[in-house]
Write a protein that binds this ligand. Sequence first.
Ligand code: SAH
Length: 472
Amino acid sequence: MNHFPIFLNTSGRRIVLSGGGDAAMAKLRLLMKTTANITVFALKAAPEIEGWAEAGKLTLIARAMEPGDAMCAALFYAADEDATEDKRTAAIAHADGALVNIVDNLADSQFITPAIVDRDPVTIAIGTEGAAPVLARAIKADLEERLPTGLGTLAAIGKAFRKAADALPFGRARRDFWRDYYFNAGPKAIANGVEAVQPALDDLLADHLLKDTRKGHVAFVGAGPGDPELLTLKARKALDEADVVIYDRLISSEILELARREATMIDVGKEAFGPSTPQETINDLIVEHGAKGAQVVRLKSGDATVFGRLDEEIDAVTDAGLEWHIVPGITSASAAVASIGQSLTKRGRNTSVRFLTGHDMTGFADHDWKALANPGEVAAVYMGKKSARFIQGRLLMHGIAPDTPVTVIENASRADQRVLSTTVAEMEPTISEAQMNGPALTFIGLAPRAAQAALPHVPTVQSTPLTAQEAR
Ligand code: SAH
């Protein structure tokens, strides 16, 4: 780092600038944000600069700079856009003792002016040591977009509130309060006008003082199969209120973005057959944060109650004496069946549907294969890719019709969703060959609606017409 960033107190100090054109104006627009006394030397000044002089924002002296003109100045800008004149004025200012900047001449400048994001009193200076002005501008644009425009006002009001907020214990509690103010309650309040900010601060403090004694709570939230629009409103609300979000590998980034910006996000991704966070560690994490008084969201893919080891987590939370509740989500079987235009149950075809797991703690999971081999049966197999050959073997052994449809839906509800339509006879090696890397759900006994007609074995039992009672 050659250029060390500091914030210079310009209040009541002199800043001198030589030049009257575009470069001068660009710098003056920035400098006029300060409380410095600005003096401009220019033989010929743009009308804007004359206007600023008339408005008392700066002093305009209509002549070229002379020795002594930058006396006692804190900063000097050579902005004549003329190398010879810039060199001359810079030498004068240097002799007068001012720090010198020559516009667009990094090498001969003693300081550079950063790109500035102004939310006075919050000021962000971005510098690249002159290496990449485009990058500095891009970062500036990004920050401008991200920081609420009222942030400065919020900071000014917040400053006056610091004493009151000291009622909160030092450390985390106080930090949480201020974060909540600047990024949540504050921006919301200021949308209703500046007058709304003070009452919002009072409410927020009361809330946080209470929160300090509030017990932690754990919400086990189903995040659905991936499409953020398949989140329930309750899940969104829980994410909105969470202090800590502990999430699984399958949770899509779009959903994580919905959490409060200041929430602590903890990835406890568990990969089947791969590296994973042990369940005990996950339990401990949930309890640790809950015990600290946090509102914890334990975010699980699909529905938290389906193959989610939910009960182990509930036991841990209950043992720790914490309160909890479950927010149901859309399980991947629901999203997958929707994507192939089918029903999970159908009159005359299947009066029940099974949710199976391909593997359990002991390996490939065993099921009632005989019942599953019956015509018309429908089963949704979770975590079924690796066990496809095992399932195929068991079903054939128990006499399932080999042309029974099998459909695998990978990344259901996501942009990269894929549907593989096959039969029990061919499911392996078809599934392995398809090399599906995303989460996939396998339906036994269901074909995509469009492909159904071509498959002879899907029972097309014509049910008797519904009675009015049943149809209801
Ligand atoms: N609780 C989850 C299931 C967790 S087990 C639920 O209700 O959906 C993880 C398995 O769920 C994956 O191996 C896969 O079989 C299935 N799964 C999760 N998300 C999926 C998706 N978007 N598309 C297809 N299958 C998915």
